[in-house]
Design a protein around this ligand. Structure first.
Ligand SMILES: [Ca+2]
Ligand SMILES: [Ca+2]
Ligand SMILES: [Ca+2]
Ligand SMILES: [Ca+2]
Length: 438
């Protein structure tokens, strides 16, 4: 029998064996997003219009683009449906540019128009090159008792009202002094929804050991936004403590958190539209003897199908070592439960930001923190002791089986490291890296 004939006969068996060992990837619960249409003036005569192609869109989907001036009838801008791009340049004319212009797109499949997108309105006389959305804040200062100017440091996005378009959560933090902090939620059109007063425990903003309910300090946010339960509306997830309260746009109380002391810390899930607290559980702190925890937050699909929220907390023993703990939580059927928690005692191998990715190609997400990776089940996948403090992993290539992480370093690393699940590359670093922390 010829070798070719043998291979042909064995091929089905080999494929069956390979299939048995290949991970079966379940469909991930994703956000229900619309087309995210945006428009901006690129010159005195032209407008860029862009929109979103979704991961589960059919490959043959095309789009029609419509323009409406000053609330007038919509005019189609393209002769044939657009399939090669998700943007176009419009030349609406000087008269139109002096008015508000609304754009929307309509997906086309098999020659039939589907559901139109939400419109995006470019205001009359919009500035050329303005690549952002102006969002008027509800008030110059959310704290009438303070003389400190209040600014915005971080913004989180999620669809609070379920229309498929992102709304906004922003922090309101004093730029000087020791005053309390706030969170504010807005619809995409700027409608103010609710305000969270982080309370008396948010006045200490020391980056390494802030107050028990402080947010947006140093590289820790203690806040994130995501549709955790898949109902089409995003939740707001916050590390809370005694004294946190929420009021709606009319100033009426919506939520209040009390505790027997100022050191107890919780993870709370809030309704993104109303600010009502939906669930709360205790934030594990195995290092309570060194103080409360400040946290970086992330979303990971640790079971391969549904999102969990990760809190990566740390504190410090005086001016000495940092102590860290990673805790993952599930918000399902209205209940917030601890999925796993992993205290860490080894020094270094951490950095200013974390990344979430499926590095071992099993369909479930891992947590990447500079020099170590935590497996989807909360166990340590590997540690590279020589890699110490640094910047977050840079561009990565998401084609499997290898994910490559490029790490800006703060200290020299003299040899290349390889691990089964990831390859870490550090080509001839020179000198001290950016943002060295003494
Ligand atoms: Ca929305
Ligand atoms: Ca939800
Ligand atoms: Ca994985
Ligand atoms: Ca894994």
């Amino acid at each position: 029998m010829s070798p070719l004939r043998i291979i042909r006969l064995l091929a089905p068996l080999l494929l069956a064996i390979l299939g048995a060992f290949s991970p079966a990837y379940a469909q991930r619960q994703m956000e229900a997003l619309g087309r995210g249409v945006v428009a901006m003036r690129t010159s005195s005569t032209q407008v860029y219009v862009g929109w979103r192609l979704l991961g589960d869109d059919p490959a043959d989907l095309t789009f029609n683009v419509y323009r409406s001036v000053a609330g007038g009838p919509a005019t189609k801008l393209n002769n044939t449906p657009i399939g090669a791009a998700t943007n176009l340049l419009d030349t609406p004319g000087s008269t139109a540019l002096g008015s508000a212009i609304s754009y929307h797109v309509v997906p086309v499949r098999g020659g039939v128009e589907q559901t139109p997108s939400a419109p995006y309105t470019l205001s009359a006389g919009a500035a050329v090159g303005q690549q952002f959305i102006r969002l008027p804040l509800s008030t110059p200062t959310p704290n009438p008792a303070s003389t400190a100017p209040y600014d915005v440091k971080f913004c989180w996005v999620g669809d609070f009202d379920g229309d498929g378009e992102y709304d906004f959560l922003v922090d309101r933090v004093p730029t000087s002094g020791e005053d309390r902090q706030y969170l504010e939620a807005y619809r995409r059109d700027g409608t103010f929804l609710w305000r969270m007063d982080m309370g008396v425990n948010s006045t200490n903003h020391y980056a390494y050991e802030p107050g028990s309910s402080a947010i947006s300090v140093g590289d820790t946010d203690n806040v994130t936004v995501y549709d955790l339960d898949g109902d089409g509306r995003a939740e707001v997830i916050v590390r809370t403590a005694h004294g946190v309260t929420v009021t709606n746009a009319a100033g009426q109380p919506v939520a209040s958190i009390t505790a027997a002391n100022n050191t107890a810390q919780f993870v709370s899930v809030f309704n993104g539209l109303t600010g009502a607290e939906l669930a709360r559980t205790t934030l594990p702190n195995p290092w309570a003897q060194y103080g409360t925890l400040t946290n970086k937050c992330a979303i990971g699909y640790f079971d391969g199908q549904r999102p969990s929220v990760l809190f990566y907390g740390y504190n410090r023993d005086g001016d000495g070592p940092f102590y860290r703990v990673f805790s993952a939580f599930d918000f399902r059927n209205g209940q917030l439960t601890l999925r796993w928690t992993l205290p860490q005692t080894f020094p270094g191998a951490e950095g200013h930001q974390i990344r979430i990715a499926d590095v071992d190609n099993d369909g479930r997400d891992e947590v990447i923190d500079i020099g170590h990776v935590i497996d989807d089940d909360g166990t340590q996948l590997f540690v590279i002791p020589e890699v110490s403090h640094g910047r977050p992993p840079g561009p990565r290539e998401l084609h499997h089986p290898a994910i490559q992480l490029h790490l800006p370093r703060q200290r020299l690393l003299r040899r290349r490291h390889r691990r089964d699940a990831a390859q870490m590359v550090c080509p001839r670093p020179r000198g001290r890296g950016p943002g060295h922390r003494s």
